[in-house]
Design a protein around this ligand. Structure first.
Ligand code: SF4
Length: 426
């Protein structure tokens, strides 16, 4: 592999994967690799996969086929959640050279050094229970915003979810290290850090221990003192882990933005029970009310799954009515799909796929109405917008503190700056 000197990356899935791809890229750049765009010829292609995406296998095959047409001599490495869950299936895809599981992905440089093209595809993986260490990662998109991974893995056992099998037990970075990373990012000109993790609210299990040595509130309190960063956002937090003290801190802080993303998944307590979620709708409603009392302008985003087994018309109506009644700003709607080795497979009756799709549409319409309503509530106000650096069709885009997307004709002096902006049309 000594002569292979260029590498290109493709990421599927969530922000956590994007931040990890950035770290893999930095690791290989330090090894002397030159980073290329995925559409250009390269010596090595790395695909960071996701287990949540439907058809992960099909998607992977298609991408590998594209690579083979473009650069048949290249080395193809597959890593990420899907590589951990189905290593043999991935290794069987023609053109795949290396499959790196969760414990091996950050050893990519060594694996590439040891690999010789022409060897049969090689799986470097271990049982997920052996995956223990924490690898810090961050991505910097266009200098404006960085996704900083502070926690990995999950100790919950939601019945539809494969993530604990793909990422292992809950473990976190130390507060000291996260604060250090935040300062470093500020020196690079980053204005906003989005704190990411698999189960972020469970932050604090460090040194491979099952017990918390600290918690997410303490992390936020320390980060709130990092003067170099003007904005922090919490990417997503489970409702049962969103404590009143975190809400209060965000409400009092100038750096933590008034924006929460809180997975609900269903508005029916029967379905929440079957999903093995650790709260019921009453607690969720309480948290939303608490946030809105302290910060009436706060944006609240909600994840919801439609078509989970046993979700009958009455349960779906309960979810719809519940979401309708909540003072929230937008929804991320997911359609349930079966995943191997999950206990949800045993729950009956299964919801027909066309019904799942119809329900998805209904909730997407509700999301559109909620987001329009939220934006119109703030029309006429002046709010601070962090403008990005890239132009999209001659326009410059950015977000207000409370996550309303703003688009204006491009102005060079506004790029990567926080500007008070008068919100006009919705
Ligand atoms: S909290 Fe539930 S849905 Fe989220 S990663 Fe853990 S098991 Fe999966």
């Amino acid at each position: 592999m000594a002569e292979a000197k260029s590498v290109a990356f493709h990421t599927l899935g969530c922000k956590l994967n994007f931040s990890e791809t950035s770290s893999l890229s930095r690791i290989l750049e330090q090894e002397g690799f030159e980073k290329r765009s995925f559409d250009d010829p390269a010596d090595v292609y790395v695909i960071n996969t996701c287990s949540v995406t439907d058809n992960a296998d099909k998607e992977c095959r298609q991408i590998v086929r594209r690579i083979q047409r473009r650069a048949p001599e290249s080395t193809v490495v597959i890593t990420g959640c899907y590589a951990q869950l189905k290593p043999e299936q991935i290794a069987a895809i023609p053109g795949v050279d290396l499959v790196l599981g969760a414990a091996e992905k950050f050893n990519i440089a060594r694996h590439l050094r040891d690999f010789t093209k022409g060897d049969s595809s090689k799986i470097c993986s271990c049982d997920i229970t052996e995956v223990k260490g924490f690898n810090s990662s961050f991505s910097v998109s266009d200098r404006t915003r960085s996704f900083l991974k502070v926690q990995d893995g999950c100790d919950y056992s939601c019945s539809f979810c494969t993530i604990p099998m793909a990422r292992g037990k809950s473990r976190s970075d130390s507060i000291e290290n996260v604060v250090k990373q935040a300062w470093k990012l500020s020196e690079q000109g980053v204005k906003e850090i989005v704190l990411t993790g698999v189960n972020l609210g469970d932050f604090g299990k460090t040194n491979n221990s099952d017990k918390h040595s600290t918690n997410f509130f303490e992390l936020c309190r320390e980060l709130d003192k990092v003067e170099g960063i003007e904005r922090f956002r919490i990417s997503s937090i489970e409702p049962n882990l969103l404590s009143p003290e975190i809400i209060e801190l965000v409400s009092d802080s100038n750096r933590f933005m008034p924006h929460f993303h809180i997975p609900l998944q269903s508005g029916s307590n029967k379905i929440l029970g079957l999903m093995r979620r650790r709260y019921r709708r009453e607690l969720y409603a309480e948290k939303v009310a608490m946030i809105k009392t302290m910060m009436p302008h706060c944006a609240i985003g909600v994840d919801v799954i439609v078509g989970f087994p046993a979700e009958d018309e009455a349960s779906f109506k309960e979810t719809f009515d519940f979401l309708h009644s909540l003072d929230i700003s937008y929804l991320h709607v997911f359609t349930y799909s079966e995943r191997d080795n999950t206990s949800a497979l045993d729950i009956k009756p299964v919801v027909p796929v066309h019904v799942r799709n119809e329900r998805n549409k209904v909730l997407r319409n509700l999301s559109f109405m909620k987001s329009q309503h939220f934006a119109s509530q703030h029309r006429g106000e002046t709010r601070k917008v962090l403008f990005e650096t890239q132009t999209k069709n001659g326009m410059l885009e950015g977000y207000t503190d409370n996550y309303i997307r703003v688009s204006i004709p491009y102005r060079d002096d506004y790029a990567n700056s926080i500007v008070p902006w008068h919100l006009r049309e919705v």
